[in-house]
Design a protein around this ligand. Sequence first.
Ligand code: FRU
Length: 549
Amino acid sequence: MNNLFKATLAACLLTFSAVNIQAADLPIKITKKYLNFPISQSQKRAVMQFTVGGKKERTFNIRLANGEPEYWVFYDVSSFKGKTVTISYQGDNAGLLKIYQDDKIAGQDSMYNEKNRPQYHFTTRRGWINDPNGLIFFEGEYHMFYQHNPFEKEWENMSWGHAASKDMIHWQELAVALDPDDSGTMFSGSAVIDYDNTAGFNKGKTPAMVVTYTVDGHGKQVQSMAYSVDKGRTFTKYSGNPLIDSKEKWNSQDTRDPRVFWYAPGKHWVLVLNERDGHSIYNSSNLKDWKYQSHTTGFWECPDLFELPIDGDKTKTKWVMYGASNTYMIGSFDGKKFTPESGKHFFSSGTIYAAQTFTNIPESDGRRIQIGWARLSHSGMPFNGMMLLPTQLTLKTTKDGVRLFSSPIKETEQLFEKVGQWSNLKEVEANEKLKEFNITDRLRVKATIKLSHATSAGLGFNGQNLLDYDMSANLVNGRFYSPEEMTSMEITVDCYIDRTSAEMFIDNGAYSYSLQRKNGGRNNEGYKFWGNNIEVKNLEIYKVKSIWE
Ligand code: FRU
């Protein structure tokens, strides 16, 4: 912190203490990229406000440390460069003295190398993340917006964080895309590209990226929109917001998470909205005026709805509707109404929640790619939550009918280097092969286990069951799973192990789950296959690159 700034602040605080006012104002002329803030979870949240030229620019809650900070957070203030930002704080202002501006984030030099930072899953630099929002491909870039609290590692101040990537594996975190405003905080939503300028926001030949999201505030949740004509770097909120206010109709505050897509056969936009007990369909020609059409009960939060070919045959398709818990129905859709034909099913469980699929993936690619939020934390870290690996969703015919499968996208392959492959190993031999990897913090292990004279078997690490297959009750890590071949004594698992998590894909993606790794574990036995007389029919071990190097 420079001395002049310190002196100004001290004078400022002195003035206030002399007249015994709790709140303090701190003017800072912005010359650098970031403001860094000291945080302590044991402090109460209090309101902080940025005012620029007499205009309220940002209001949020923050737990400013009044003593030794537990960790630091930052806010990108480059858009205020050259201007004076006056910071006011309604809490204990002892910490105001420690706020400083810099071109570096506090702790930047060890960024992505911190002890418990996942090495091949996206996490935010600082703060909290939950749902992926507005997943979209546009002009060579994949965009991932997400529910974000930049000011604390817990849920609060919901904003849209933003990261961009060329391959959905290596991400660059960008400035916050949508900040809370007087109308409320920015809840989940989706993004489209308005190629035909139906909303009138396009700039010359540049089509607008239009995001539709929920605003939570004033005792209700309404749907609003914003647009960007600079590849998602900055957004302008539409002056005619909100677009949908359905609180009274549903007698509920729970109306949220608009999922918008273009319905080509009917040449109109579709918005799927979670309203109370399920997902409603709305239609529009201009992304602004929405008309209610229908409702499917049985879902909660974060809708998605998309068409997929069955067994890769584009002439045979079905629609999939799902909600935040990753349960889904399969059915048909005519642009106005989803008609369920089977379900509800689930294909994924564990830490996954609020997953969303990408829009605007080129037709030549044609994949339906999903990213889910992993509800897990990273001990001692200044950030929380994680995004799971992007997966490709497909519909396959199984003995039970058509079902969703998910597998990590092919772009993940660049991360893995195969160090060995073996077949027909006894359990002890397989454990021996894994031994040298007990000290690595990330690994991919693919294995096919054959159970003979065993009703259960699995793979553990330091006593934590990554895979626990109970063949008599047909449970995989506690959830019902029946293999395609009912009397099969085999299970195949592809484990993606990172510092704080494990993602497990069973039988080529028929079922998947993710879990928080219990670092430390119950013992020190390392990787261990277990089960009476089992055979590891196939074992593949892969080293994993970091995405941050
Ligand atoms: C799901 C959810 C959404 C909501 C968002 C708020 O995790 O509750 O329904 O929009 O999180 O952060």
